[in-house]
Write a protein that binds this ligand. Structure first.
Ligand code: SAH
Length: 366
């Protein structure tokens, strides 16, 4: 592991340009008597070239730079440590302005390059097999912190000019932090910045229903992955506690009405837990549930961890389960576990103790 010393904290009084989408940045400049088009220049510096120091944005006049520096800053998560897995996966621990930490993961060949990004510090969903859930929710990430992870990884890995995919499958439940997540996607999509196509972005959700329906109306709409994990209400109640509020049947109905023309097929994620949801009956029920939805199924054999009281099924069982689905005509993939040796795999991201924050108290009300 490589540890890095922290730099001096940034001033709190200036407006953080990393939190602004292009329109907001134009408005902020105009409100200070500056030309709104400077926002496009700033976007190019920050997202395309990785320059966050306003004094170095040399296509702005010296006078403009001087003035902007007094009013604005661009904050960026700091890399606290970086770990490299034997399989090439890299895990970054990033520190935010308030000292909280999140993890972001780079997966090199899936077959594209993929950044796995967090949307919250911790998570309120408490899925029984997920380590992040054990932390509870500490706080939501801001839009700038979500997009900032992409900036940091692209810079650290020298991939600013390369094509990569983003999966919102790090710490947190993206639809439980809806506005900030969608704003981050707008920032990443902006043609003057990363110009990320939403087709290269996958949002994975446990199925927070009102937000799922709202997502169906978004202009920048990512691919959708729904964490199903069970085939009966009782079974899902036990594994994914939020199912008691937004149940399996309702989630399937929401998936069915999700606008088909505007997206690729929905992916249903299904974590395989030995003796819990991996039986032949489970597989058959899954076939019936998903019967006439245009979808793909992504089986995720459990990544085991201390503190998680479930086991990964045998390879035989995993293959049998997958075969039942594919024989019934479903498109199935089995997710390879990446970065397990550095605890970077699905459900293994955890960075904090369990002190109760305001966010955690709020999560208790969910
Ligand atoms: N909150 C989002 C993103 C979670 S991480 C969601 O629920 O979809 C992405 C996937 O990894 C989810 O399907 C999640 O349920 C799964 N996962 C969590 N813990 C896991 C573990 N220990 N082993 C395998 N997959 C896990």
């Amino acid at each position: 592991m490589i540890s890095r010393a922290s730099e001096a904290p940034q001033s709190k009084s200036r407006i953080d340009l990393a939190e602004l989408d292009l329109r907001e940045m134009e408005a902020a400049l105009a409100a200070r008597g500056e030309q709104p088009f400077h926002a496009r220049q700033i976007y190019r510096w920050v997202y395309r070239r990785g320059v966050t120091d306003i004094s170095q944005m040399t296509d702005l006049s010296r006078a403009t730079r001087g003035k902007l520096e007094g009013e604005f800053e661009v904050s960026t998560p700091r890399v606290r440590s970086e770990q490299l897995s034997a399989d090439g996966t890299r895990k970054f621990v990033l520190e935010l302005a308030d000292g909280r930490q999140v993890e972001s993961v780079f997966i090199p060949d899936t077959p594209a390059m993929t950044f796995c990004i967090s949307t919250q510090v911790g998570c309120a969903m408490k899925c029984g097999f997920c380590l992040t859930g054990k932390m509870g929710l500490v706080r939501n990430l801001t839009a700038g912190e979500i997009a900032g992870q992409v900036r940091v990884l692209a810079g650290e890995l020298g991939l600013r000019d390369s094509k990569f995919n983003i999966v919102l499958m790090g710490m947190g439940e993206p639809l439980h932090n809806y506005d900030n997540t969608m704003k981050a996607l707008r920032i990443l999509n902006d043609e003057h910045g990363f110009a990320m196509s939403p087709k290269r972005i996958t949002l994975s959700t446990v199925g927070v229903l009102p937000a799922l329906d709202r997502l169906a109306t978004e202009p920048v709409m990512p691919n959708l992955a729904i964490s199903l994990h069970a085939t009966t209400e009782d079974q899902r109640d036990a594994l994914v506690p939020v199912n008691r509020k937004y149940g399996l049947e309702d989630i399937i109905a929401a998936a069915r009405r999700f606008p088909a023309r505007r997206r690729n097929r929905i992916t249903f994620e299904y974590v395989l837990l030995r003796g819990v949801n991996d039986t032949t009956e489970d597989a058959r029920r899954l076939v019936r549930l998903l019967g006439n939805i245009r979808c793909k199924v992504n089986l995720i054999p459990l990544n085991e961890a201390a503190g998680i009281n479930y086991e990964r099924p045998s390879e035989d069982r995993i293959n049998t389960f997958a075969r039942i689905l594919s024989d019934a005509g479903l498109t199935v993939s089995v997710r390879k576990s990446r970065g397990r040796d550095i605890r970077a795999a699905c459900g293994q991201l955890i960075v904090e103790g369990t002190t109760k924050s305001t966010g955690q108290k709020a999560a208790a009300l969910l």
